[in-house]
Write a protein that binds this ligand. Structure first.
Ligand code: BTN
Length: 248
């Protein structure tokens, strides 16, 4: 059973970095780090995560999974489910999960998740970082065609404390599901219920060097995405940036 404990900071370089340092110093599973702003917020693929004061929820949690390491990609799917359910519970906001773990509203990104591993004296830990745009100030105006916020999507100013409480609760619930009997399959089943990207979606995937277009055909047991190409070949993707393609 996950027992979350929350540490609040006004400002940090990155909540992931702070959580990783604390994990390396022996902090227990369930320690959560929250900051009012990040001065060096990190995104996937070495990108920056712009994190101005009060404009977003900047959150990281330490996990020390007992799962087989080949299944650790499911941790980010589990975190995306938790963020999805927290947004629904605290903000009455229905969202779509884009593989593997972006949260979208009307195809614009509202929340990103970055999982990083850190070696610690009691074994390898995973830091799951979650950034949720609360207001439009969370990102620069030039990203307005690609990004959105809870405030824009609900026409109401979100209450950070309520959203944080819901997020921590949903993470504890879904982490327990993942660790329980049949947990992998159950997390994938729930993920697919809340993702239009699971089955039958025409997508483009880029990994920096190669681009692939195809139709999604569900997930493998470790969360990898199956994509059927034009020549009916099934490719299994474990990394990459996914975008939806409008059918011709
Ligand atoms: C992405 O690129 O989509 C992932 C973004 C993850 C951002 C969050 S904000 C809290 C935590 N601390 C960080 O430095 N990054 C993550």
């Amino acid at each position: 059973m996950l027992r979350p404990q929350i540490l609040h900071f006004d400002s940090l370089p990155s909540t992931n970095l702070e959580a990783a340092k604390r994990a390396a110093d022996g902090a227990a599973e369930g320690l959560c780090v929250v900051a009012g702003e990040q001065t060096a917020g990190r995104g996937r693929r070495q990108r920056q995560w712009v994190s101005p004061l009060g404009a977003g929820l900047y959150f990281s949690i330490i996990l020390r999974p007992q799962l087989d390491q080949s299944l650790w990609p499911l941790l980010t799917l589990m975190a995306a489910l938790a963020a999805h359910d927290a947004l629904l519970a605290a903000c009455s906001l229905e969202t779509d999960i884009k593989w593997p773990n972006d949260i979208l509203v009307d195809e614009k990104k509202l929340c990103g998740i970055l999982a990083e591993t850190v070696d610690t004296p009691s074994g390898r830990a995973v830091i799951v970082g979650i950034g949720i745009n609360l207001t439009q100030n969370a990102f620069p105006p030039e990203l307005e065609t690609m990004a959105t916020s809870v405030e824009a999507a609900t026409s109401a100013r979100p209450e950070l404390a309520n959203l944080l409480e819901a997020l921590v609760r949903e993470l504890a619930t879904h982490y327990d599901v993942l660790n329980g009997p049949g947990g992998n399959a159950e997390i994938i089943r729930r993920w697919c219920m809340h993702s239009s990207y699971c089955e039958g979606k025409l997508i483009r995937v880029t990994d920096g060097s190669e681009t692939l277009v195809g139709t999604t055909r569900g997930l493998e047991r470790d969360g990898a995405l199956r994509v059927e190409t034009d020549d009916a070949e099934i490719k299994v993707l474990r990394a990459g940036d996914v975008s939806s393609v409008r059918p011709r």
